[in-house]
Design a protein around this ligand. Structure first.
Ligand SMILES: [Zn+2]
Length: 359
């Protein structure tokens, strides 16, 4: 389903921490990987990277994913050397207790653990203690603030989880940060396909890996204004709602293995969305539908609302256990998102009608 070279890249890319605001190492890997498939690669001041095919073309098409992953910040170190944290993105305190962490300190990476009171000391109390941002803490083995600082830890250091990539039952990829490093992988694979098939595109293609999505779609907002594309196809992950404790009436009905999820939302341009759906049907690519009220919560919103409105669409990859360290995606869906983006691009020309009205 995937080339060995592609899988090697994916594994290395996922295993490299790329926290929001600190995406540099991951972006460098991505730039190195994509550069042989594109005419040139550019970056902006905050680290968003984009590979371009046909940089001279006037009509510009973006395919986009986000490069960052959720993490924590060191917020406060106690006199006893324990570390309290704040979120950098939508990090989940419910999964923190007893996880190993990597603290990215001044002197390199320092190991730590999220400690948690023993079950023996909690049972019998009227209400069990639940992990909250105010009560989770990291023990880095230091017994004083000075000792923690000696290890290179200070307020503002980034904290990530060490969980790495693996294949589950030959059906799923599992890793922390599949949201959305898998997106960067998928758009890079589209570029690889275009290169290998020697496709001549009638437009400039901007394969864009944006920073800072998890804290407010900021990288996409910046790059939309820089590139000023005519249209944008965004990819991100969405929830598999078939796992326990998911409410389909609220979250919709999408599942891993069901194919790419095409979104319906005000920010999603009808003509572009219909082109995607028509492409899926004619190429027999399975797909699912999902709706978003108000905002999609993805970089689609940033593109759609930039530069007086950039026609944009969203193709999502179903994912289980979002923002945990065991995010799961179906390999088949990954392959189908790549195909759907690729085949849609093959049908885009600079005279593609992007108006709802004829004047
Ligand atoms: Zn996310």
């Amino acid at each position: 389903m995937f080339k060995e070279q592609s899988l090697n890249f994916l594994e290395k890319y996922l295993n490299t921490p790329s926290p929001t605001g600190y995406e540099r190492a991951g972006q460098q890997l991505w730039i190195d990987y994509i550069s042989e498939f594109v005419d040139e690669v550019r970056t902006d001041f905050y680290g968003t990277a984009y590979g371009i095919i046909n940089p001279e073309a006037e009509f510009k098409v973006v395919i986009e994913a986000h490069a960052d992953e959720i993490s924590w910040y060191v917020n406060y170190i106690t006199d006893d050397g324990l570390i309290y944290v704040i979120r950098n993105g939508g990090s989940d305190e419910a999964i923190a207790p007893s996880k190993t962490v990597l603290i990215h300190g001044e002197k390199g990476v320092v190991k730590g653990v999220f400690g948690w009171p023993a079950i023996h000391t909690r049972i019998g109390k009227d209400e069990d203690i639940k992990p909250k941002i105010e009560n989770i803490f990291i023990d880095c083995g230091a017994t004083s603030k000075a000792e923690a600082e000696e290890l290179g830890i200070s307020v503002g250091c980034i904290i990530t989880y060490p969980d790495e990539f693996f294949d589950l039952n030959d059906r799923y990829f599992v890793c922390r940060a599949l949201d959305n490093r898998i997106g960067g992988f998928m758009i890079a694979e589209v570029a690889r396909l275009i290169k290998e098939n020697a496709n001549k595109l009638p437009f400039g293609l901007y394969i864009t890996n944006s920073v800072q999505e998890e804290v407010g779609l900021y990288g996409a907002q910046m790059i939309a204004e820089r590139i000023k594309p005519n249209l944008a196809i965004v990819t991100d992950v969405t929830h598999d709602t078939t796992t326990p404790m998911m409410e389909k009436k609220k979250e919709g009905d999408q599942k891993c293995g069901g194919g790419p999820v095409v979104y319906f939302a005000p920010a999603v341009h009808h003509n572009l969305r219909e082109l995607i759906i028509d492409t899926a049907k004619s190429k027999e690519i399975p797909f699912q539908r999902a709706a978003s009220s108000r905002a999609t919560g993805t970089d689609t919103d940033a593109f759609a609302h930039a530069n007086g409105g950039i026609p944009s669409a969203l193709i999502s990859l179903p994912l289980r256990y979002m923002h945990t360290t065991v995010e799961m995606v179906a390999k088949e869906d990954v392959a189908n998102v790549i195909r759907l983006i690729y085949e849609t691009l093959m049908r885009i020309t600079p005279d593609f009608n992007l108006k709802y009205h004829d004047r």
